[in-house]
Design a protein around this ligand. Structure first.
Ligand code: LLP
Length: 419
């Protein structure tokens, strides 16, 4: 058995009943399936087997060391956006030479750390960043490998907070500025121009925006080559969506076929930065019903997970599937699945028809991406533990925080002398 499925009336992670995990590790708890993680990586990677390429997992989606380790062993590179993420890659045993560094606000210290580590490429997002990077590299006596992240100005048709390739977005440099920037970069002795990059948004469910954006990039690549600035790689970013509810998703084979057509006869190596697609479906958030509060207008099921554990519903109105771990027979009523936090926005799901009793276990689906990674300690809540299931083996990959750890870094004011 692989993934999450019902066996004998109970939802399992691979061969382990979720109730056994709740028993052993407590709730709330993130549960990941090794088989699903491996399968998602392999199918993405295999889709491009006939083209020179590197998959750079966008680790912001889920930066767990165990998951980074797993992907590194499968041959993955990594897309990072901070010095902290670089340190995580190294701590997990990943190879910095397969790392690309994105982000609009890299500090000089982060640039230095990445140069010393010897990363594959900086995805430069502004003229100012180029100047800073050139100075840092010159000081270290090295050449910084770069791409410009070009903003192709296409609408990825996704939630406005996660669309990144429109003109009004803060990301990347405009196509119209890119040409001059490449020329400038090519003159800088501490800069090595290597590639070009785009990332147009997240949870994208159509191919057309990719085709449009990639075509714009390739026109630029050809113009640069004609000017004597050949590029080694083209980074198409990430963004492929998953099915949370009933979205149409892009089949990886169709995406690869589109890329194959666009790149027919070309020589550049392809880079990809998938995040959600590699981990989203591979995790659930396991939580227990604490209190049922049926009411005149709404019924609330208060569970022990909250918006601090899973922010997506509150932040993006995101829809996640909710399944009872051991479904009851009996009549279902619509429940709002809410957390114990003091905010009306603290909900995981609204109006879900379920037959519930206090103490029941619930699985929040598709919680492998941007779930634990966006969690916080709001309301002084320790963050959930994380468990990776591999067949019938359960591996605790992050223990639950202890309350005292939440304020361990804080300092009280010096006591004042009495007046
Ligand atoms: N590359 C860059 C430069 C990115 O900024 C991102 C995501 C990715 C790759 C990976 O995108 P993906 O393949 O996962 O779509 N918190 C939001 C998603 C934010 C995405 C940020 N950037 C959510 O929960 O939906």
């Amino acid at each position: 058995m692989s993934g999450f499925a019902y066996v004998d009336g109970e939802l399992r992670a691979e061969d382990v009943p979720l109730s056994a995990l709740a028993e052993r590790f407590g709730t709330p708890c993130y549960v990941y399936s090794r088989a699903l993680l491996t399968g998602a990586y392999r199918s993405y990677d295999a889709a491009f087997a006939d083209m020179p390429h590197l998959v750079c997992y966008a680790m912001k989606a889920n930066p767990s060391l165990a998951i980074l380790d797993l992907f590194a062993q499968l041959g993955s590179g990594f897309d990072i956006v901070s010095g902290g993420e670089l340190a995580r890659v190294v701590a997990a045993g990943g190879d910095p030479r397969n790392v690309v560094f994105s982000g609009v606000g890299k500090s000089d210290a982060e640039m230095e750390a990445a140069l010393v580590a010897g990363i594959l490429c900086f995805n430069v997002e502004s003229a100012s960043e180029l100047t800073h990077l050139a100075a840092v590299a010159a000081r270290l006596g090295v050449r910084a490998p770069i791409s410009f992240r070009v903003n192709p100005d296409v609408d990825p048709q996704t939630h406005p907070y996660i669309a990144t390739g429109l003109k009004e977005s803060k990301f990347g440099v405009a196509v119209s500025d890119a040409h001059a920037l490449y020329h400038r970069a090519a003159q800088l002795p501490s800069i090595a121009v290597r590639g070009i990059d785009m990332h147009i948004g997240s949870q994208i469910t159509e191919l057309a925006p990719y085709r449009e954006a990639a075509s714009r990039l390739l026109a630029l690549v050809d113009a640069l080559a004609a000017d004597g600035i050949p590029l080694d790689h083209v980074d198409l970013g990430g963004g492929l969506g998953i099915r949370y509810r009933n979205e149409a998703t892009v089949d990886i084979a169709d995406y690869a076929a589109m890329v194959r057509t666009l790149f027919a006869g070309r020589r550049e190596r392809l880079l990809f930065e998938p995040g959600r697609r590699l981990v989203g479906d591979a995790g659930v958030l396991l939580t227990r019903v604490r209190v049922l509060k049926p009411g005149e207008t709404r019924n609330f099921a208060v569970v022990d997970a909250a918006m601090n554990d899973l922010l997506r519903p509150a932040l993006y109105d995101a829809w996640h599937g909710i399944d009872a771990v051991q479904p009851r027979t009996g009549s279902a009523v619509p429940w709002d699945i809410v957390g114990p936090i003091c905010e009306s926005g603290d909900f995981l799901a609204l109006e879900r028809p379920l037959a519930l009793a206090e103490g029941d276990l619930i699985a929040v689906r598709a919680a492998g991406a941007y779930a634990m990674s966006m969690s916080s300690n709001y309301n002084a809540r320790p963050r959930a533990c994380e468990v990776l299931v591999d067949g019938d083996a359960m591996h605790l990959i992050r223990r639950r925080e202890a309350v005292a750890e939440l304020y361990a870094h804080e300092l009280r004011l010096p006591s004042r002398a009495p007046r």
